[in-house]
Design a binder for this molecule. Sequence first.
Ligand SMILES: CC(C)[C@H](C(=O)O)[C@@H](O)C(=O)O
Ligand code: SF4
Length: 471
Amino acid sequence: MTSRTLYRKLVDSHTVTWLDDENLLLFCDLHLMNEYTSPQAFAGLYEQGHEVPMPDQNVAVVSHIIPTHPTRVRIISDPASALQARNLKKNCDHFGIPLFDTNDALQGIEHVVAPELGLIRPGMVVICGDSHTTTYGALGALGFGIGTTDVEHVLATQTLVYKPAMDMRIRIDGTLPVGTTAKDLVLDVIGRIGAQGARGYAVEFCGTTIDALSVEARFTLCNMILEAGVRGALIAPDQKAIDYVTSRAPDIAEQYLDAALAAWDKLHSDTDAVFDIEHHFDASHVAPQVTWGTSPDQVVAIDGSIPALDTILDHSVRGSAARALAYTGLRAGSAIEGTAIQHVFIGSCTNGRIEDLRAAAGIVHGRQVAQGVRAMVVPGSGAVKRAAEAEGLDRIFTQAGFEWRNAGCSMCLAMNDDVLAAGVRCASTTNRNFEGRQGRGAITHLMSPAMAAAAAVSGHITDVRQLEVLS
Ligand SMILES: CC(C)[C@H](C(=O)O)[C@@H](O)C(=O)O
Ligand code: SF4
């Protein structure tokens, strides 16, 4: 057999049949759903009289619209959102699909909940009506987002009409410097290759930097690289990934474990596999990153400057930079450090996991949120919230003046009531800084949890490497 990339192996092992020269029918091991992209798909099922043949290979989570105020019982006050949640429950009950509902203790952001519950295993194909499904590549599972029509098709058949992507390999070697994280690494990569730089490609990450990353850091990487346009992001599962999965998946009965381990062992690109494009980066020069514009690739190192417009040669890139700066109210050529912020948001499926909260708490400990700044932490899931509370992280945050919230997408895209007012500038650990993403006219600066924590206690965008850990 000819040499294959990991991506091709995953596609091949899930191909039911080729439909024509370009498209195949892909079997989907797990279909995740949220309240936002599923209603029309369910409506289509009812209309066509279709059943869901494999309900247990579907899971739904209320993620986007849920209020995060720290109440014991969560009530969605917006009528349209409340209806979405009610409909999701009704539809899941009707078809027998497992659901993590509004007040389920395990509820949270779908991309945080699914892996932490052991639902994602190496070698799976996982799809969801949500773009950041690429997250699961961290465990060697092929994850990607699908549209609403596809959601209906998957519900009815557990398969998807799929046109394979091209192969890209991003090799990253070197040690990430102190004060930098997977978030800085991925922002740096996106800054280099651009927001369209991996469009049409499934990306496999490898190299010594990737080997050294924790599984949670790999989630951050595979989640956020979506912002370079990828159609999938993979890391070949190693012992860390396998330990992560087996410690969370007690249902893999002992008699199947050996077979599972043997199958996972084959999940890597063959040594002579050919990629359509290869990049090679050095992590040892990465500095903490901050976005200055309205696209994740408009990013700069904390000790760098926003580009001067006349240094941008490409006409359309220069035009977008000028428009972005008009929106973010920053000056071309000026330093990003020192920019005053009024809000800090720590959370999301990019950086709402326990390691992220630990990193932020490490900076916050012994300090206070700066005057005039509102800061909140929204854990990625109920389980992350409880784990953080067990470690006392919630007290570190609240004593410093942070709000400690319930889990959900929250201010990552402001589809609940956590919305910023126009003109408010936010240091945010999320993955998108699009115009109006956190509220109409609000300005988002993407950065790591430690950098967001440093901004909270300083009142401006600052270099976390200059802050001593006080604990
Ligand atoms: C609401 C959903 C469709 C969307 C996505 O696909 O990513 C959201 O999660 C986002 O982050 O913008
Ligand atoms: S946390 Fe943000 S990026 Fe992730 S699923 Fe929710 S809205 Fe999308």
